[in-house]
Unconditional design. Structure first.
Length: 675
DNA sequence: CTAGGGTTAG
């Protein structure tokens, strides 16, 4: 009843392409009750307003001026109504059996007077390609399309939603068979389908087909293709398309620029990202959210949190509200760069806005906490994560275990490990690495060995980091327990095992230079990112075993292989020793060598500069109770050395030419007396 | 929302 009075009241709008007077409630209503209810509610709201207005009109009871605001409102409302109904039909079709009879039955509810727009709207709202193809048959039997290509294009969209590229190609073939000529939209839809199916080479193949169907790529085709070439790793091709689009004067809009920024970001060309951004502004294109989010993401990858911060500020000042993606990029940018305060602030803001974090974001935060040693924060985030219903994964547990391990919290590590295994995750290499570290710190060597054995039980093999942690345990282990660990070490990396064996086995007598040769070979064989750690550990072991000569040999190897760079420097006013990133043993060894050099200089009558300095770095690493600076301060005192920490330069120990000279001379005098 | 491009990552 509502529907009849509505139609008659609106009948003057009948001709409008937006108005569908043919739509009445289906007689054989087969939709689920839920859909039926909401369909009925719409006209209820519409109907009384319309009749009141038309009745009160003095000139005509039925006619509303189609150009008046009132009319356009009615148009919109009636269209909304029709649109909502078509969406319901689309939903019914999605869940209906993919057999012709069922599909046709659902469609019969649309009535006989179908227009092309109905077809497009219905299909466009579908996600089931099987029933969509059957629905298309229904429409093809009943309608003569003025632009059949549009119907195929919409079907291609449905196919794309299902990421079924093979089916997209089939639909295309069918289209050609029926004599329907494809257009740019057809191609850009197929191409983007290939892209979403991770088939960038297919996308390129289809892009190259365009001319043979008398199609010329336009701005959208270029945009999709730029993205495809970027995804296929063909950055040059992507950029040359961009150039072509530019010279052919295609309108290049913000989305395309965002795509370019993403391509540069993925390729690691971060200045390229910023250049594109500048170029875009020069061309007068206003950045949108996509552009900002791509830029923020790129700056995160680039580890340039300060630039992310600036871009974010600009985004806010241009009146944009951060989206989920914005926050995600910021968490990543700040988290990876260890800007923990900024990252936690973003986290807080997300919570306040009720935005849900994904497991990846939680893991980013937890990994950051692990990096900077925020144990309590990590615990809280982990609890909040679980409370929010986000399921922790192996990364989550791995970060937590790392945090507890670095602080030597054995019982927390073990309970987290249990929780992890109860959740169905076997320990992975990261977890085992942390366990080794934790047990090593706690002096539980048998547990270290047991953990090492678990590696092969779980079908894993030691990687360089794992082996490095094992080596690090040796630097903290009493001499009598070392043999237990060298067995593991030999199994993990025979070359390394042999070098350590040479250090421990006092009975091995070897020729001059043999140790150095093996050490150099070993360090050369591992990747650059663990070289320094290995070398530091080996020197520490030497120092612990009081093998200062070997320590010097190793430091020398480290200098030759460029593992340690610019440790000693001299300029007109200051000679310096730079110990940042050296382990304590390596730093002490370097100091020893430096002092020898100073002695030699003194002996040869070389003039000292006015200042001599040792830079330990103020790196108060969160996990070591005393940084290198603290340990060095007491060591220098023991040596009676006149170096004192500079009050305005944390981590710098300085002395004057006069003090240094007299100190070195007095040491030499003592040595003479002693011998 | 009305035939085509981006957006959720380690």
């Amino acid at each position: 009843m509502a529907s009849t009075s509505t139609s008659s009241a609106l009948s003057p709008l009948y001709e409008s392409k937006f108005f569908f007077s043919t739509f009445t409630f289906p007689r054989k209503f087969t939709f689920p009750l839920k859909l039926l209810k909401s369909s009925i509610q719409t006209p209820k709201v519409l109907q009384p307003q319309v009749s009141r207005k038309t009745v009160s009109s003095s000139k005509s009871k039925l006619w509303v001026n189609p150009k008046s605001p009132r009319a356009s409102e009615l148009k919109r409302k009636s269209y909304d109504f029709r649109y909502a109904s078509l969406v319901k039909v689309a939903q019914s079709l999605d869940s209906c059996n993919a057999v012709q009879e069922d599909v046709f039955n659902v469609l019969a509810n649309l009535g006989d007077k179908l227009v092309e727009q109905d077809v497009v709207v219905t299909l466009n709202n579908m996600s089931n390609p099987e029933t969509a193809l059957l629905a298309m048959e229904y429409f093809q039997q009943r309608l003569k399309f003025s632009k059949e290509v549009i119907v195929y294009n919409v079907i291609l969209k449905v196919v794309r939603k299902n990421k079924d590229f093979g089916k997209a190609e089939k639909v295309f073939d069918e289209m050609i068979e029926r004599g329907v000529k494809p257009d740019n939209v057809t191609f850009s839809t197929i191409i983007s389908c290939a892209r979403q199916c991770n088939l960038p080479e297919k996308a390129i193949e289809w892009f190259e087909k365009l001319p043979s169907f008398e199609c010329e790529p336009d701005d959208v085709t270029y945009s999709v293709m730029i993205d495809c070439y970027g995804k296929a790793g063909n950055v040059d091709m992507a950029l040359s398309l961009y150039d072509r689009a530019r010279t052919e004067k295609w309108r290049i809009d913000a989305v395309t620029f965002a795509t370019l920024i993403r391509i540069y970001g993925t390729a690691g060309n971060f200045d390229g990202c910023l250049n594109v951004y500048e170029e875009m502004k020069v061309l007068g294109v206003k950045p949108n959210m996509t552009v900002y989010n791509s830029l923020l993401d790129a700056m995160g990858r680039a580890r340039r949190p300060w630039q992310a911060k600036n871009i974010y500020a600009e985004m806010l000042s241009n009146g944009f509200q951060p989206s989920w993606g914005t926050y995600a990029s910021l968490v990543r940018a700040y988290g990876r760069a260890r800007y923990s305060e900024d990252a936690l602030k973003i986290y807080k803001e997300m919570k306040e806005k009720g935005l849900e974090l994904s497991v990846v974001l939680y893991n980013t935060l937890l990994a950051m906490c692990a990096d900077v040693g925020l144990m309590d924060e990590a615990f809280n985030i982990f609890e909040e994560m679980k409370a929010s219903g986000c399921q922790p994964d192996s990364w989550t547990y791995s970060s937590l275990i790392t945090i507890y391990s670095c602080s030597g919290k054995v019982s927390e590590v073990e309970s987290t490990l249990n929780e992890m295994m109860e959740a169905g995750f076997d320990p992975n290499i990261f977890v085992l690495t942390s366990l080794i570290q934790c047990y090593g710190k706690a002096g539980r060597i048998d547990d270290v060995v047991r953990t090492f054995d678990r590696l092969s039980d779980l079908g894993l093999s030691a990687d360089e980091r794992f082996t490095g942690c094992l080596l690090n345990v040796l630097t903290q282990t009493a001499k009598e327990d070392l043999h237990k660990l060298t067995i593991c070490l030999e199994r993990a990396n025979p070359k390394l095992g042999y070098v350590v064996k040479l250090l421990l086995d006092e009975e091995v007598v070897e020729e001059e230079g043999v140790f150095k040769k093996h050490a150099a070979e070993l360090l050369d064989s591992v990747t650059t990112d663990v070289r320094k750690a290995y070398c530091n550990c080996l020197i520490d072991i030497c120092v612990n075993l009081n093998q200062l000569e070997r320590a010097c040999e190793l430091l020398d190897v480290g200098l030759t292989l460029n593992i340690y760079k610019d440790i000693m420097s001299r300029n007109a006013t200051q000679w310096s020793l730079h110990l940042k990133s050296l382990s304590l043993g390596a730093a002490l060894t370097a100091l020893h060598i430096w002092m020898n050099d100073l002695n030699k200089a003194l002996e040869s009558g070389e003039e000292f500069p006015s200042l001599l300095g040792i830079n330990t770095g103020h790196g108060k690493h969160k996990y070591s109770e005393k940084g290198l600076a603290g340990v060095f301060e007491s060591h220098l005192k023991e040596l009676n050395a006149p170096f004192h920490e500079a009050p305005d330069h944390a981590g710098w120990f300085l002395t004057t030419k006069v003090a240094a000279t007299s100190w070195l001379e007095s040491r030499r005098a003592q040595e003479v007396v002693a011998s």
